[in-house]
Design a protein around this ligand. Structure first.
Ligand code: AMP
Length: 249
């Protein structure tokens, strides 16, 4: 089975993000970028499927500027076999990404697509679901365990009141949750080997996809600074303050 993995280049999760001075968005100039953490989990899971003999080819796809090829290289160094870069400088929203991924799926015919449950920059949590809808495929979202077998995949999902186990028919779109696995680090020899693995480049035009944004960002602001707390002497004072100052009880 061929597995397609979507890997997004985002601001590294350790970076303290700054809002642009004109409030139009987040400052990305001179900021460390990395693979979206949930996509690292997607790559790791696909590699484990290959190691288990369930998958035989892993294709990492990234959509964005030319630098997104670095994110693909990371996936190749972890263990993916080849990459596809859909190169564009345009602002990308989940529907456009889902349409582009669908166009790639139509060409590649994978047995499974694995995406992150959400990108940590837009926090949209939409792409996988939109892709499944566009393809007319089943979707298994927020997988914390994944076991494909005989044309199906069984997955465990962490839901509000416990663990839900579901089965989807393949081909399907799977999205990864945090506890699915712990992604490996790429070893130096594998980083060197990854330089020789192929990356094909295409564009939204070549794929016939219009990526015009459907949503307009009106304003981006920093969250309000949290006010300092206060230590009270005893429970009686706490109750007094909740009653008479905060007026919440
Ligand atoms: P989102 O719906 O934006 O929260 O993203 C969910 C998942 O879709 C991500 O974790 C990625 O696997 C995939 N994805 C979103 N945008 C891109 C992109 N520009 N390139 C590759 N994959 C993407």
């Amino acid at each position: 089975m061929k597995v397609l993995i979507a890997v997004k280049r985002v601001i590294d999760f350790n970076v303290k993000i700054r809002v642009k001075s004109d409030n139009s968005g987040i400052e990305t100039a001179n900021v460390k970028m990395s693979m979206n953490p949930f996509d690292e989990i997607a790559v790791e899971e696909a590699i484990r499927l290959k190691e288990a003999g369930t998958a035989d080819e892993l294709v990492a796809v990234s959509i964005g500027t030319a630098q997104s090829s670095e994110t693909i290289r990371t996936a190749l160094a972890m263990g993916a076999d080849r990459g596809i870069l859909v190169e564009t400088d345009a602002e990308l929203q989940p529907l456009a990404v889902a349409k582009l991924l669908k166009a790639i799926v139509d060409k590649e015919n994978p047995g499974m697509v694995v995406v992150g449950k959400q990108a940590i920059d837009d926090d949209a949590n939409q792409t996988g679901q939109m892709l499944a809808a566009l393809l007319g495929w089943p979707q298994g979202t927020f997988a914390s365990k994944l076991e494909p077998a005989d044309g199906t995949a069984t997955l465990v999902r962490e839901v509000d009141d416990g663990l839900q186990t579901i089965q989807v028919k393949l081909p399907a779109v799977i999205s990864t949750d945090l506890r699915l696995n712990e992604p490996r680090y790429a070893s130096l020899p594998n980083i060197m080997k990854a330089k020789k693995k192929p990356i094909d480049t295409t564009t939204p035009d070549e794929l016939g996809v219009d990526v015009t944004p459907r949503l307009e960002t009106i304003n981006v602001v920093e969250p309000p600074v949290r006010e300092a707390g206060e230590i009270v002497a005893d429970a009686a004072q706490l109750i007094d303050k909740l009653k008479n100052e905060a007026k919440v009880i």
